[in-house]
Design a protein around this ligand. Structure first.
Ligand SMILES: *Cc1c(COP(=O)(O)O)cnc(C)c1O
Length: 379
């Protein structure tokens, strides 16, 4: 503790209350294993909540994306199109498969993949005679990308869309859940996500065969023989039955968590919106964000301090904040990769700061953050 001040984390886990007894139930059944009744029940409840009929619980969101890439046949020499403004777990699975990522800039309405830029890129791909194997739009910070438009752009080329909804559990797009309508959707239960199993992920699709194929690959691609026969190479990506018990408790409070996250956003906004040079992440008219993290843009020319100065000032008060994701086209590891646009994402990265958004935050906690932001910005 700094000066006795309680640490405020960016987005810590927030248990609902039922988790421990569900974990105890898992212990009592002795299914301390990957697979088991908790995994089955978690998959079922999850599928009902998101309205996507088939789902397989996995060890991480990255594993879920990797299986999506495998099932869609992404392989060496292929190209895969992704949002540049995202977390790297969205993109690494395509690279695991030997594909080259191609990045698309965001728009300023949603901060997600710009469908117009995607259309231009796909047309150029067609002219070059090499279409991508998949398009992966990320639902950034819990805001859905414009999925119908993205699917509409991809459909004439026959390119499947995999929704990276890892940050968007509980978010809605035109009334549907995030990811619904894509060929497949990826979710994460990492420790800082809106709900957590400590670590875990889910791959969901309306295509039963796709999910069954992913399920098989996640269990070392065992053929149904007592002696474990293998005709292809798989992975060990299943979710533990113990962690699935946590997931069941968590999915049951998802609605509460979304409302709490949205309230936190509104609290910050009403307390800080009057400050010139501070701007809040917009909400696109087509959907409802889960507001996983409250993101503000800090214009240093107006505020007199940049987002890094703000982050350091918060840190000095034992408050964790984080710059926005650094766009993939600026990452050294993706140097030389193709990018369409990029300046909008770069500009957001320069100014964007994620404020603490834990759903167990009290008004006092929020006021502590607000106090620092006002002190730095209103000098
Ligand atoms: C968290 C996240 C992932 C990866 O999920 P893990 O469960 O941490 O592997 C992928 N994409 C995005 C956009 C994420 O935020």
């Amino acid at each position: 503790m700094i000066d006795g001040k309680k640490k405020i984390f960016l987005s810590p886990p927030h248990m609902g209350g039922e988790e421990l007894s569900l974990v105890r139930e898992a212990f009592e059944s002795n299914y301390i294993a990957p697979l088991g009744p908790m995994v089955d029940a978690f998959e079922k409840e999850f599928a009902e909540v998101v309205g996507i009929p088939h789902a397989v619980a996995l060890s991480s969101g990255t594993a879920a994306m990797h299986l999506a890439m495998r099932v869609l046949g992404v392989e060496r020499g292929d190209e895969v199109i992704a949002s540049t403004l995202t977390f790297i777990g969205s993109v690494t699975p395509a690279v695991f498969q030997g594909a080259a990522p191609v990045f698309i800039d965001c728009d300023r309405v949603s901060w997600n993949m710009d469908p117009d830029l995607l259309a231009e890129e796909l047309e150029d791909c067609r002219k070059r005679g090499k279409l991508p194997k998949a398009v992966i739009p990320t639902d950034l910070y819990g805001q859905c990308s414009d999925l119908d438009r993205i699917i509409g752009v991809c459909a004439p080329y026959g390119v499947p869309v995999v929704s990276d909804a890892a940050e968007a559990l509980g978010a809605r797009y035109k009334g549907r859940h995030a990811g619904a309508g894509a060929r497949a959707a990826v979710f994460s239960f990492n420790g800082n996500k809106i709900i957590t199993t400590s670590g875990g992920g889910m791959l969901a699709s309306s295509d039963a065969a796709l999910v069954e194929k992913a399920r098989s690959l996640s269990q070392q691609a065992r053929e149904p023989f007592p002696h474990y026969e293998h005709t292809e190479i798989g992975y060990n990506y299943r979710m533990s039955n113990v962690l699935a018990a946590i997931g069941i408790g968590q999915i049951r409070v998802l609605g509460d968590r979304v409302e709490a996250k949205r309230k936190i956003f509104e609290y910050y906004k009403s307390a800080l919106n009057d400050i010139p040079g501070i701007e809040f992440m917009p909400e696109a008219a087509y959907g409802k964000c889960n507001r996983w993290l409250t993101v503000v843009l800090i214009d240093p020319k107006v505020v007199g301090a940049d987002r890094e100065a703000m982050r350091v000032a918060l840190e000095a008060e034992n408050i964790e904040s984080r710059p926005m994701w650094k766009p993939m086209h600026l990452q050294p590891v993706f140097k030389g990769c193709r990018v369409r646009g990029g300046s909008r994402s770069s500009a957001l990265f320069e100014e964007g700061l994620c404020l603490p958004s834990g759903t167990a935050m009290t008004p006092d906690d929020l006021d502590r953050v607000i106090g620092v932001v006002r002190r730095v910005a209103c000098k």
